[in-house]
Design a binder for this molecule. Sequence first.
Ligand code: TUI
Length: 311
Amino acid sequence: MDRVRRLLGTKYPIIQGGMAWVATASLAAAVSNAGGLGIVGAGHAPSEWVRQQIRQIRDLTDKPFGVNVMLLSPAVKDVVDVVVSERVPIVTTGAGSPGPYMEALKLAGCKVVPVVASVTLARRLERMGADAIIAEGSEAGGHIGEVSTMALVPQVVDAVAVPVIAAGGIADGRGIAAALMLGAEGVQLGTRFICTTECEAHINYKEAIVGAGERDAVVCGTSIGHPVRALKNQLTRDIAALERQGAGEEELQKLGAGRLRLAFEQGDVLSGSLMAGQSAGLIKDIRPVRELMLSLGEQTEILLGRRIWKD
Ligand code: TUI
């Protein structure tokens, strides 16, 4: 736990997931100011947007922060260039292997913390110089792997010497305490941070998560090798129907394009992609980030029976 706090330079070993569209400078700065690690999600955005967000977060906090590089983005090379030239302290990656960018990021002094969904990739990235590994189970929202958090985290812990951060299905102190029991030294929460005052997502998106039950975050896109978890709605039903008819990648991509933005900006809960994890069923309110962080810390300490978040 102390290894993660030292690596990130934070009070809590708690990272806010670098969610595309949702994780803007407003949310990330609030998390960093509250003692966690706030992350700006580059998603599919152009690199200049990422640069503006980095400048904005530096205006809003003097605490460490990160940027998530989404490796499927067509702008990925330019985004890496921006992250390098802005000397972002922590870089997380998602949806692929950051291997080709590892050297440039390390040379620029960035701490690189890739998200993985397998033991194989965790091992490979440790050899390439990853400073820690985020092991994300299939309970998570958005683009996911196949193995659940409960099974994946201890296997990654056994496979690498660098600190492991658990993600997927965690939304309260019970989840954090459980992840620490699995050998993780930190946690990453995504869906829980959407339901905060400082998150700029449309209120309909936040309220859909608050209203969701344990079976409402479903997976689409498995047939084309891009499983994505989002709240069940007209869009997920249309995608599932196309998949049953054996639709190809192009047709499905066309149907899915721009849908996350529709949910985030317009609050279209029928046709938008409400990416969220299975922890949606656990989330019952929309709260300020500071209040959430304090309660996560307090709940975890009570469960573990000791003070663990010393300043
Ligand atoms: O990246 C995520 N979650 C995401 S990215 C995203 S943007 C998007 N929008 C529309 C369609 C698709 C994506 C939304 N949510 N989480 C981290 C994560 N990475 N989960 C799983 C993985 C992963 C999967 C395979 C990482 C590496 C990987 O490697 C395969 C290989 O090359 O070995």
